[in-house]
Design a protein around this ligand. Sequence first.
Ligand code: F6R
Length: 612
Amino acid sequence: MCGIIGVTGAADALDVLLDGLERLEYRGYDSAGVALVNHGDVARWRIADGTHSVASLRSLTGSAPPAQAGLGHTRWATHGQPNEANAHPHLDCGGNLALVHNGIIENHAELAAGLIERGHVLTSVTDSEVLAHLIEELMETTGSLLTSVQQALLVVRGAFAIGVMSETEPELIVAARRISPLIVGRSQGASYLASDIPAILERTRDVVIVEDDQVVELRPGSIIVRDRDGHEVVPRSMHIDWDIEAAQKDGFDDFMTKEISEQPRAIADTLRGRISDEGCIVLDRFELSDERVRSTNKIVMVACGSSFHAALVAKYAFERWTRIPVEVDIASEFRYRDPVLDKQTLVIGVSQSGESVDTLQAVRHGADGGAATMVVTNVVDSTMAREADAVLYTRAGPEISVASTKTVLASIVALQLLGLHLARVRGSLDDAAFAAEIAALGSLEAMVADTISRDEQTRTVANAVMDARDFFFLGRHAGYPTALEGALKLKEISYLHAEGYPGGELKHGPLAVIEPGCVVVALATGSPLKEKMLSNVAEVKSRGATVILVVDDGDEVAAALGDYCIFVPAAPELHAPVKDLVPLQQFAYHLARGRGFNVDRPRNLAKTVTVE
Ligand code: F6R
């Protein structure tokens, strides 16, 4: 997500900030900014220049007077377009206070409404700016930056890591954290804060990991950490001996493992603030009227690669919940087959980048045919997001590894939210069923975290079949697109032959190539078709294939049929793909690493495909 940095007590504060922001460059961002506190004044510079933003910010601040304290930010937009007005740091009305934020303030709309009513002028559409004004308001009564931040955080819901400075206490930075990452550290009379280790690694290797709901006072060379009740606590310190490259990967060997590990957070952030206390779904930029939703009689999802598989998974849930027929089409095929479209059709483009040209053209083709268009994407203000009638953002943060992982899971979850919203508006799901689906969505974060933690079982299984060359992934129902995605991941990064099939289709051809040496990965997790899947497994086993079964915890009967087993927590069938994909990602990863390949940059592939 966004990157934040702060420093107090350094003679070269601006260099600390700009160097730190540069160290976060690998993540990609859309804008950057810094604020310096100098002789009791807050001065701010911001620029929205895509991935050149930090370089442009360096030129922009070339003549800034020397300062010892300041805050910096690189933005990966979640609320509001990537432009200068929405770039951080944000100021209060008086321009006396600067704030940087990483995270999502769930109740920003109601807080902003109150602030505007009380006379505040908000100059951006971000969720973050409200915090600057809330703190400004509290400063009027408390006169203390620390107390004001503590009080402001009591009324804020959501995830945040913040740094705040005020000209009234120019040497003080108050930082705080809930859910979003935050570290602080000090060296040679200066104190630092950052969202990510690489940002301050060149200045200090001894950092404090700030815990949830802790508030930190940073002064030159001094750091005081307090708990939510304001009591001073002994902080959790850590010595970092990684080099910059390892730090950018958070200590993981590569971005793919880092991004696999970020999946619980991606799911939680995608759901954050979108399910109200009353259990209703609240979608931020959903500009299709209820009337339009009710008149929809066909949905066409268009996408490529892994996003296509995410759409296929969602089709099962959409049709069950909304009772609207759903087609899922390969984007590059869709517009060349003269599809039947009209005003009652909703075309949904699914694209993590929002830029894949095939999906973009397919969505445009839908609009030309009179359909309403919508996009599910991870990139705010991407071309598709700008052009579609409605957009639903996944909030997975930047994905660097070419092989998609966290954006796929986030797309499935976002589509499930959308499907439930449509079902609710159309009245096709009763209260009890709706509540059960919402509860299932809510349990996915923990379930995925649990599945990720079982990597050792997948590694062992991958090692056991390291010499195999032919892989077949089988699934049924929503397990079928899960199998397709498992095969794609393996192909992409290990360069092995891998195919995904619906289990029932085997006997119509593919069974002919099954022989000793083939590996069959079969998804036999909770599904109404599990028994049939196990019959398909028996078919391949009797032809000599080595069978790896993905089964629910405790299902020893199914497990007995496999040569190897990967156990996963059980989930309702429509949600199962979200956690079943995890061991398939890990399986592909271990085979690719075992074969000595660079998992982040597979040959012949690009992260975003902007040519037809
Ligand atoms: C697979 C992968 C690609 C993309 C495809 C679509 O790991 O990364 O198959 O899924 O190129 O990209 P987006 O989602 O950006 O449209």
